[in-house]
Design a protein around this ligand. Sequence first.
Ligand code: ZN
Length: 438
Amino acid sequence: MGVLGAQERIYYSRQVTDTNIMSNNYSKHITLTSHPSGNQNPVDIEWGAKTATERGPVVATPAGSDLRNSIGSYSGSYSVYRALAIAAGKLDPLHKPDLTNTAPAIQFGPFEQWTDPAKIVSIDPWGHMVGQVFSDHIANGTDVRPTIAVTRARLSVPEMVSGINGVSLVPDGVVLMETGEVNVIKIAIEPVWYLPGIADRFGTDEHSLRRSLFEQTGGMFSELVTRPDLKVFLPPIGGITAYVFGEISAITDPARKLSCRVHDECNGSDVFGSDICTCRPYLVHGIEDAIETAQSGGAGLIVYNRKEGRALGEVTKFLVYNARKRQTGGDTAENYFERTECVAGVQDMRFQELMPDVLNWLGITRIDRFVSMSNMKYDAILEQGIEIGERIPIPEDLIPPDARVEMDAKKAAGYFTEGEVPTESDLTETHGRGLEEY
Ligand SMILES: [Zn+2]
């Protein structure tokens, strides 16, 4: 459409609005978030308040409501699909979810971390209890939606069933069934960011954070810069799934052991078994440790973060694979991080600062067995005042040959190992498969 003048912009807005009134259930006007109408009456919200009632609900109903107290929209990136459903005439834009029978399958909390504004800054700690604690707002017609859901599941992990991966667990009929299936509680969490708290975690100021978020999303969320009174942002990024093995009460009981792996998504390995990294074997080892700990009276926890390819995305990740394998001398541990930096500008964009929020939300104060070698994750958890007992590295025999490059490079860069830290010259010796060798 090119660059629009003010008159054209108004005309275009009217055209769209008129069409939508005919085909959909829209209100008459498009409210530009960059030009608030002046009728804004956001529902009160006080992050970290002592009770849910005092805190108030996160109201991120789609644009146009004067009651909104948050930037962005419910369901994060999936709001785009919701937009398609409405544009296609399949969904009423005024639809509000019927929350009957959707309450958490398991009750836990509230924990004291829920009411500490600095302990949890990227999750709504009341997000799974919206239907209960904000029922009066909902009854009054305010569109308040859960950002967390808690349910039960039974997992079938092929490595558990077949005994490959060296797994030798004994079924107990409670956590691990005779069939090899595993009983778990699973929790889906969408991000809800309290912007002043996020800025603090990253050692920046709220203004700089807001401007950066505004610009790097292509100006998608103008309220980041026009509405400093709105402190909560629902970013269009992937969320978290937490899998709990054993009794959830064991997680917060200091007398019972907790095994925990915090795993960042790697679809190629996790789901498809790609052998260039250790993600799936280490994840399965974490599940195995979680089951064993639960079977011995404790609990296990797997936190699965949707931060594909070190939060760079799969396109960048696959570009890096090609660059690694095509470089002079082939894919070596020596140049592992450098290749990522050449393409992405950084070695890693995950920044673990927000990761401990889910641990705080679950009321965790100590992890007895931390199934991760990442020093960044370890440091971030300690920084939040959560203790860590043992660190459990991936067993050597679970590392696929082509993943040696990654593993050696990470160990040399400071990842936890009980063995030798590779030297500079060791790193030049570790080679991966070339692109012609597939
Ligand atoms: Zn991976």
